[in-house]
Ligand binder design. Structure first.
Ligand code: NAD
Ligand code: MG
Length: 412
């Protein structure tokens, strides 16, 4: 039985993690939860999972949650009410909660960075969904992992696929768990991409994109930010940087291939030119479960893959002209240091502006590119945590100012 702490329990990753815990009560016990503002859902989760501790960023929401818990009928009330905490400190307490064996990081964006670092410092195993943490702060996270012995187990489906393929190689014993050191025998990675909401749209059609269009994914049901990232293909670009830090490969050896069916979740090429792929229906529960249960496999009654039913798997090269975000991510990754943090923060801010209908979809990459270009002369190659937090804040402000000032250059 593993005790789990779920950060971002009310989101897409968080709710799926809790569904897994509910389905396999002999394997997992929930001891800590954090959420944002969805108190109704959080209350339901507390009743079902009876965690020891719950944390929320805002003190006012903690007070509201305390009232909701006290108002519960005795029949409905958990035997032991959870300890409640607020603010960053509260999130860090839940992330490093002593009884937890593994922490599932389902907070979206760089807001997950400090809680994830707290979990790493406490030596927890991390089921990493919150990719933005590693992308923005790889140079800070990797040494912390080494210091504490904490392991990053990828929950992102592509990285889980690569990790699963590595288990089957003669190098499995040495397969690195995110030390940033090259994995022996691993020559190349191919990350598969569904192509996002606009894979069948022409460049001209992209001028007409609405928020509703960009938040509907053809294959995966996910939170709004990552769904927009999938539509711009920035998600794949961010995953290239994530793979670089997780598996220690140079950017030349991390490729993207469009695979609309999302059945192959990614592939690795080994030193002898053999290629291994991991397959399954596009269901995030599989990679989340593997990260939670590694190195074991848990038998599930879930829908089994039937290739005869699917019949065709297709592949094509990505179009970097139509989707500039991939090029920007490779470039930021190769620059290294603080540049991925700037790319990530600029993207988070630009996507937030798009979701508020303040900028057009096509302006997302333009704002990111201008911000990254402006950072080149300030680039720090060996940043510490303060540098990362500083450039994150700077990039967000820069995007806001650019979007306001250059109305003509960045029309709505
Ligand atoms: P989501 O928007 O559905 O959920 C985000 C969760 O984080 C919610 O519980 C929310 O309350 C919480 N949260 C948001 N802002 C917060 C803040 N400032 N402080 C504390 N908590 C906050 O997002 P999601 O789709 O579940 O994605 C979560 C992470 O997992 C992202 O980093 C995403 O890239 C990654 N990921 C998601 C999927 C997926 O299928 N959803 C797949 C791969 C990777
Ligand atoms: Mg992914």
């Amino acid at each position: 039985m593993k005790a789990i702490s779920v950060l971002g329990s009310t989101g897409s990753i968080g709710t799926q993690t809790l569904e897994i815990a509910e389905e396999f009560p002999e394997e997992f016990k929930v001891v800590a939860l954090t959420a944002g503002k969805n108190l109704d859902l959080l209350l339901k989760q507390i009743k079902v999972h009876q965690p020891e501790v719950v944390a929320l960023p805002e003190e006012t929401n903690v007070l509201k949650l305390r009232d909701l818990l006290n108002d519960l009928d005795l029949t409905d009330r958990p035997k032991q009410l959870p300890e409640l905490f607020s603010g960053l400190e509260g999130l860090e307490i839940a992330a490093s909660w002593e009884p937890a064996d593994i922490v599932i990081t389902g907070i979206v964006g760089c807001a997950g960075l400090l809680p994830t670092l707290a979990a790493i410092k406490a030596g927890k195993d991390i089921a990493l969904a919150n990719k933005e943490t590693l992308i923005a702060a790889g140079p800070v996270v990797l040494p912390e992992l080494k210091r504490s012995g904490s392991r990053l187990l990828p929950a992102d489906s592509e990285h889980s696929a690569i990790f699963q393929c590595l288990q089957g190689t003669p190098w499995a014993e040495n397969a690195r768990l995110s030390t940033g050191i090259p994995t022996p025998g691993l020559r190349n990675i191919q990350l598969t991409a569904s192509g996002g909401a606009f894979r069948d749209w022409s460049t001209n059609d992209l001028r007409k994109v609405t928020v509703e269009d960009a938040t509907s994914h053809p294959n995966w049901s996910m939170g709004r930010k990552i769904t927009v990232d999938s539509a711009t293909l920035m998600n794949k670009g961010l995953e290239v940087i994530e793979a670089h830090y997780l598996f220690g490969l140079d950017y030349e050896n991390i490729e993207i291939v469009i695979h609309p069916q999302s059945i192959i979740h990614s592939m690795i090429e080994l030193a002898d030119s053999s290629v291994l792929a991991q397959m399954g229906w596009p269901d995030m529960k599989l990679p989340i479960l593997y990260a939670m249960s590694w190195p074991n496999r848990i038998a599930t009654p879930w829908k089994r893959l039937n290739l005869a039913e699917i019949q065709h798997l297709s592949f094509k090269a990505p179009d970097t002209t139509k989707y500039p975000c991939m090029r920007l991510a490779y470039s930021a990754g190769k620059s290294g240091g603080t540049m991925p943090a700037v790319l990530n923060a600029a993207n988070e801010e630009a996507v937030a502006l798009f979701l508020k209908e303040k900028i057009h979809f096509l302006n997302i990459p333009k704002l990111i590119e201008s911000t990254c270009e402006k950072h080149i002369n300030e680039l720090r190659l060996d940043p510490n945590l303060s540098d990362i937090i500083y450039v994150d804040q700077w990039a967000r402000k820069e995007v806001q100012e650019l979007a306001q000032k250059n109305v003509r250059q960045f029309p709505k």
